[in-house]
Design a protein around this ligand. Structure first.
Ligand SMILES: NC(=O)c1ccc[n+]([C@@H]2O[C@H](COP(=O)([O-])OP(=O)(O)OC[C@H]3O[C@@H](n4cnc5c(N)ncnc54)[C@H](OP(=O)(O)O)[C@@H]3O)[C@@H](O)[C@H]2O)c1
Length: 253
């Protein structure tokens, strides 16, 4: 296993779900962390716990990645730190309506976070990652590979992430920076609760009748990708629950 314990992993969306589980997985290996999300209380709890349990250094930043000026200030604040991993994970879905009925501001929120925030976080990380021959892991989705009812713009933002991952592989080829795209199927996190704005019945129904993935399942795959030797780049992984064959096809009991 290859891991530089003197450099930091920067994880966006670390206050919940896949980002939090990845922070926990990397911390357990002794990796220092910079954890970012909007909910400061969640980050602080994680910060204290991971430092105590694993003797690592954790830095916490409350940041809305869709506030592009705030992202610039954040990178100015961490200038000088050695970073060799970016887990570009912060993202969300809002709503699941037919195209003609969609609330336009829900589309805008997804575009602002999943596309514009994602891009700004990635671009400003590159000088740090060049210095360490680091690794970028982008979280796309199987929703970016195949369309489903009501997935329209969310799916589009995740296809965008997949295309940018491929572009980064090309544009960064001379730098030694690795780029991996992870496309998960159904993972039980706060994702559906955010999508359906806290509608418990609707969000719980998403995970009923089959064994869905956990955030730890995806974190396990991320940790695997970032601990391969420097000459090995896993370009993409598509990870489904066994009982899911596409965004629309499930075997439910
Ligand atoms: N769950 C799934 O089935 C699934 C499947 C495929 C792909 N994904 C992708 O995986 C990634 C992680 O999702 P998850 O399932 O772990 O969902 P989650 O539990 O809702 O976590 C999302 C994380 O993103 C952060 N975030 C959202 N908007 C943000 C913003 N404007 N600025 C900063 N941070 C923001 C949230 O933190 P705060 O709210 O504290 O800011 C939270 O930490 C997303 O990109 C999602 O699209 C999820």
């Amino acid at each position: 296993m290859h891991l530089n314990k003197n450099a930091f992993a920067l994880i966006t969306g670390a206050s919940s779900g896949i980002g939090q589980a990845t922070a926990e997985g990397l911390a357990a290996l002794g990796k220092n962390l910079i954890i970012v999300a909007r909910r400061k209380d969640r980050l602080e709890e994680l910060h204290q716990r991971l430092e105590k349990e694993h003797g690592i250094t954790v830095k916490t930043y409350s940041l809305d990645v869709s506030d592009l000026r705030a992202v610039e200030t954040f990178y100015q604040d961490i200038a000088g730190l050695k970073i060799d991993m970016l887990i570009n994970n912060a993202g969300l879905s809002r709503g699941k309506e037919s195209f003609e009925d969609y609330n336009f501001s829900d589309w805008e929120e997804m575009i602002d976070v999943n596309i514009k925030g994602f891009l700004k976080i990635a671009q400003l990380a590159i000088p740090f990652l060049k210095a360490t021959k680091g690794h970028i892991v982008n979280l796309s989705s199987t929703a970016g590979l195949e369309a489903y009812e009501g997935g329209n713009v969310y799916g589009g933002t995740k296809s965008f992430v997949q295309m940018i991952s491929k572009s980064l592989r090309i544009d960064l080829i001379t730098t030694g920076i690795r780029v991996t795209d992870i496309a998960p199927g159904m993972v039980n996190t706060e994702f559906s609760s955010v999508r359906f704005r806290g509608d418990k019945a609707r969000s719980e129904a998403v995970y009923k009748g089959y064994e869905e993935l956990s955030a730890d399942d995806i974190a396990d795959n991320i940790v695997y990708c970032v601990t391969r030797p420097p000459h090995v780049n896993i370009e993409s992984l598509v990870v489904y629950p066994t009982a899911q064959a596409s965004p629309r096809i499930f075997h439910k009991k």
